[in-house]
Design a protein. Structure first.
Length: 328
């Protein structure tokens, strides 16, 4: 064997394990979700962002945004006065009509439509019956949503409401300790919950038949101090929860750097799914939505990355054999 051929064979022998390892590595999952899902302008903006980048998102809908004046008067959350909501209600039937169109088209485009309950109350002390009552209101509101504003619903809407809404996130990420919320979720037909917070990106765990996801703590800012990977938490850290448009560009850069660092660590490592949460509010002049747009535009086109909804991510995670059965 010539020296040149020998060196070529040796080089190839070192490359083959690396190539095989790269081929065997799972895709890096990026799971982007939005809480509230009300502002119609942001429905359009998020759908356009997803379409441009081949991404699918998860929308945790608060059902009071499908309630008109009559429904508002009838709504009563557990332990609350009738007609009360921490996030308000729809302002008009036309607004609801437009929102229903966005929800339906997002569903057709492959996004997850999921539940954020209704009036955005802190349910950490709620019983199973309390959660079940709020879930029932969510379901009934969506069942009758088109009819309530004088529209003929599209074919398939009832199937979406009855069988297609598989996930839940508790308002304020305030899940009930113990089994009550999980038991109510099972009865309501949910298969996953995204209400937890984890020390860093973590694989979901299965608890009594519900797959539980958690938003991670990620390093952020000059001191790399951990923060929940969610726009509201960044808003509070950066400007103490007060709108600051003058420093919007700085906040955007800080948020993008935190998102990208969290992504890069998983992408170069064991590829634990990265979850990031947002709201349908453009805080600090839209800094966090712009940071999200930059991240999605950067990573979602990569062949070994999947920017997926929770429902799409679950079978991919199961295929890796990484889903554990335990509590967090």
């Amino acid at each position: 064997m010539s020296r040149l051929l020998l060196s070529t064979c040796l080089a190839a022998s070192f490359l083959l394990p690396a190539i095989a390892e790269a081929a065997d590595r799972p895709k890096q999952l990026v799971i982007i979700s939005f809480d509230g899902a009300h502002d119609n302008a942001l429905w359009l903006k998020s759908r356009e962002m997803a379409a441009k980048n081949g991404a699918h998102f998860t929308y945790f809908l608060s059902c009071t945004f499908l309630m008109n004046e009559a429904a508002k008067k009838a709504y009563q959350a557990p332990h609350q006065k009738r007609g009360k909501s921490n996030v308000g209600f729809a302002q008009s039937d036309d607004e609801i009509r437009e929102r229903l169109g966005n929800i339906w088209h997002a569903h057709l485009e492959g996004h997850d439509i999921s539940s954020h309950a209704c009036g955005h109350f802190d349910g950490r002390l709620w019983s199973e019956a309390d959660w079940s009552a709020e879930y029932a209101t969510f379901h009934a509101t969506l069942k009758n949503a088109w009819k309530s504003v004088g529209l003929q619903e599209p074919t398939g809407w009832q199937d979406l409401v009855d069988h297609g809404i598989k996930g839940f996130r508790a308002p304020y990420l305030s899940a009930t300790a113990g089994a009550d919320m999980i038991a109510a979720e099972k009865k309501a037909g949910f298969t996953y919950d995204a209400s937890l917070v984890t020390k860093g990106p973590a694989m979901p765990v299965e608890e009594d038949g519900i797959i539980r996801f958690g938003l991670p703590l990620i390093p952020e800012g000059p001191n790399e101090k951990p923060i929940i990977g969610m726009d509201y938490n960044l808003f509070v850290r950066h400007s103490k929860g007060e709108e600051d448009t003058a420093d919007s560009a700085e906040f955007e850069d800080r948020a993008y750097a935190a998102f990208k660092e969290a992504f890069d660590k998983q992408y170069a490592g064991t590829r634990v799914p990265l979850q990031l949460g947002f709201h349908f509010v453009e805080m600090n002049g839209g800094a966090y939505w712009r940071a999200l747009d930059r991240l999605v535009s950067d990573v979602c086109h990569r062949a070994d990355v999947a920017c997926a909804s929770y429902s799409e991510a679950i079978p991919m995670i199961k295929a890796r054999g990484k889903l554990q059965t335990s509590g967090l």
